[in-house]
Design a protein around this ligand. Structure first.
Ligand code: NAD
Ligand code: UDP
Length: 336
């Protein structure tokens, strides 16, 4: 299949590009490099042994998208492009709606014009809001507590309308839980600019000695050790989930929401312990107050993905930590 990856040089996009290419798909990456670097192109070419076509552009540039879809005879799009920092979305809601919602409208216009009607969308478990029960299945009510989450929810709803307006559309909204880890080569991974928002890159930087300690956001949650519990999923499992989604869309039409998670939750302290074992480094931490908007526990019921995609996450927590550490070390050596 010929597949366009918007946001293709980003964290999840670059791993998915590797997996799809190794499965024999022709992949074109499209990105405005607002949160990534074109240096990743060399890395993924090194992993798969061939270059990837790359278009530098914004998803709000409908004409450029349309030309890209036409000139590469695209069959499907995986739409990763978007802004993703919850805190920033509260401070800059207009930027978030413009990038995420307007960007998706622009993409849909280009796809409609070119009659490309297969779309995989990067959604998030954040669309479930405060969990009313666990594990979270796809029938759990949706809600949002911040502009980032709301942008994902609006896009999901918009895509539902598009699929009901024209039965030729095939749309999968993949609700990711907590993607972590890196490609086993250590060549690509998550390397956030500035202070990491997420737990895993923060832990990795503390282990590497770049930061003195981890602040643990709350130790009084109703969980085993009082710290927050999340469903961490290896980014390579997630990438393989996208390949499975594309395959699923060749056999079905309509709109589908599918969780991509492992079904198992780990606490912050369990993550710290696992990382210390994988890196043989100490990760000093200090208990701090809860972070506003955090939920105590969040983990997936991954049954639907198993049934529809014949896919399950198979990599362990040790794999997640070991690959993150390998990537962190390559960053320190100036490799990424
Ligand atoms: P990322 O920031 O590494 O990748 C996103 C890419 O999109 C970046 O390369 C960025 O330059 C690009 N981009 C942003 N706005 C753009 C625009 N207007 N036009 C063109 N390119 C643009 O993030 P990621 O972790 O790879 O996330 C990919 C997608 O998955 C995002 O939509 C994110 O919201 C979603 N998601 C991520 C997580 C997570 O924890 N990483 C969890 C749930 C959902
Ligand atoms: N967390 C933490 N310290 C940090 C970053 C995160 O204790 O510096 C906790 C956070 O409160 C949550 C878990 O780690 O319980 C995962 O947080 P992350 O931001 O990675 O994911 P999300 O909360 O978006 O699921």
């Amino acid at each position: 299949m010929n597949v366009l990856l918007t946001g293709g040089t980003g964290y999840i996009g670059s791993h998915t590009a590797v997996v799809l290419s190794q499965l024999g798909h022709e992949v074109v990456l499209y990105d405005n490099l607002s949160n990534s670097s074109d240096a990743v192109l060399e890395k993924i070419a090194q992993i798969v042994g061939q270059d990837f076509p790359f278009v530098r552009g914004d998803v709000r540039d409908t004409e450029l998208l349309r030309n890209t879809l036409a000139s590469h005879s695209m069959d499907a799009v995986i739409h990763f492009a978007g802004l993703k920092a919850v805190g920033e979305s509260v401070a800059k809601p207009v930027d978030y709606y413009a990038n995420n919602v307007q960007g998706t409208i622009s993409l849909l216009q280009a796809m409609q014009a070119q009659q490309v009607k297969s779309l995989v969308f990067s959604s998030s478990a954040t669309v479930y809001g405060q969990p009313q029960y666990l594990p979270l299945d796809e029938n759990h009510p949706t809600s949002a507590t911040n502009p980032y989450g709301r942008s994902k929810l609006y896009i999901e709803e918009m895509l539902k309308d598009v699929a009901s307006s024209d039965h030729g559309w095939r749309i999968a909204c993949l609700r990711y839980f907590n993607p972590v880890g890196a490609h086993q080569s250590g060549l690509i991974g998550e390397n956030p600019n500035g202070l990491p928002n997420n737990l895993m890159p923060y832990i990795a930087q503390v282990a590497a000695g770049q930061r003195s300690e981890l602040g643990v956001f709350g130790d009084d949650y109703p969980t085993n050790d009082g710290t927050g519990v999340r469903d961490y999923i290896h980014v390579m499992d997630l990438a393989e989930g996208h390949a499975a989604a594309l395959d699923f869309l060749t056999k079905t039409t309509g709109w589908h929401a599918i969780n991509l998670g492992t079904g198992k939750g780990y606490s912050v302290l369990e993550m710290v312990g696992a990382f210390e074992r994988a890196s043989s480094r100490k990760v000093p931490y200090r208990m701090t107050s809860r972070r506003a908007g955090d939920v105590a526990e969040c983990y997936a019921n991954p049954k639907r993905a198993g049934e529809l995609f014949k896919w399950t996450a198979r990599r362990s927590l040790d794999d997640m930590c070991a690959s993150t550490w390998r990537f962190q070390q390559s960053v320190e050596l100036g490799g990424s």
